[in-house]
Design a protein around this ligand. Sequence first.
Ligand code: PHE
Length: 500
Amino acid sequence: MTQNLTERILSKLNETDIILSINLQEQWKCGHQDVVGAIKSLQCYENVIDVKEVPLKQLKLTDEGNGIAKNGSHEYNVFMSVPDEGITQAELMKSGAHAKIGFSKAMQAGWIGLDKSAPGAPRVMKKTKDVVDEIQKLLIDISLNKDTSEEDEKEYEKKKKELKKRKLIAEETIMAYEVRKGTSFTLSPHKQEVDLTPEMIATRSWETKDFKPLNFDAMGVMPTGGYLHPLLKIRAEYRQIFLEMGFTEMPTNNFVESSFWNFDALFQPQQHPARDAHDTFFLSDPVSSSNFPDDYLARVKNVHSHGGYGSQGYKYDWKIEEAQKNILRTHTTAVSARLLYKLGQMKEFHPVRYFSIDRVFRNETLDMTHLAEFHQIEGVVADRGLTLGDLMGVINEFFQKLGMTQLRFKPAYNPYTEPSMEIFGFHDGLKKWVELGNSGIFRPEMLLPMGLPEDVVVIAWGLSLERPTMIKYGINNIRDLIGPKINLSVVQQNPICRLT
Ligand code: PHE
């Protein structure tokens, strides 16, 4: 069909300068869409035809209009239902669904009348022998796109207006196409090459071939990427909660950290097992860092080896070489340490609330729930005179916003906090107590060398991002959540969900 139509369009164009798609449809008795399809396929040939869009207003029959074109107008049907001897109005109303409107139109037209002199109820009588159903005729003409035989243009417009008012016809805009000969018009267009193939190169046939120019305006294929990973969705929720609580996000954009900021600044002794290659990834290049604030470094060295600030210290030979070793940070508390040091350097102390959510690395044995890298969520509050009650209060508020209302704290140990507490929460969905994270009050041995005032207390807590995400999404094996084995469709289809 299209093949045939394209040839017909070309030969028509050969004879005339300009054709309009809508006219071809009428002449060739085919659908407008077929003509448009043929025009579009001719557009694939470079400059064979020249096409311009022309929006055209067309009249279209409504459903009711179509019914009348098929079965006659309501007034005509009412007229036809009136027998010569007349009929009561009540009886006439039973003649069809549109009898009421048909009755009033037929009355208006003077086709029928009411004989009130008849005995009993007034009777509807025909007032003329024969009538012409002009409405039906007009609608049929319109549906066939026929130019009406109506002589009087004004009269015709009036009738159309009436049909529109009666909602029998409506105007619709269709897109027609004006077609002219293109600069490379031909009756037998040939397809341009769309691909440069290895054969064309090998045989050098490409030199004589005509290539289709690339269409940079073509609609691209929707990329299938761009889905948020469950970890990102949960991260967004935690971030939102911290922001609501007035916390500021810390800059966590350094995976590589020196042992100094990751351990020493946190009063973690150099013999601590976490500083072993079994637990921590050490960098071979660059193997070490050297740029530390001198006086602070001296104070850290001193507090480790001799104590101070009311502490005995660890009493060992602190070595700068150990502190210089570069590692992949094992916790985001290294970032907190850097910011607390900065805070200690300020002329005047201002209370702060900081948070971070980012990746950390540990040289762990991999299993169902552990990978060598994961994400930590950390909250830090520094203010004068804070207590353990403040820590429990702020943690309560934080987890309450996540939907965890029952919390328990268990004493724990961290080298840099005293006291330290593990946090447990009752998970309504799992109906059991789950470990949520770790917390504590940073030790004076950590804070005072940084230059923070003595009465400033810093409370902090941390948790992993993976654990709540796995609980929420019902994922048992961490390898199903992150890494090369994950099923991408899970990422694409999983919903955004609340944590409880
Ligand atoms: N840094 C701790 C960890 O890696 C978490 C923590 C943060 C604990 C802040 C106490 C205070 O588990």
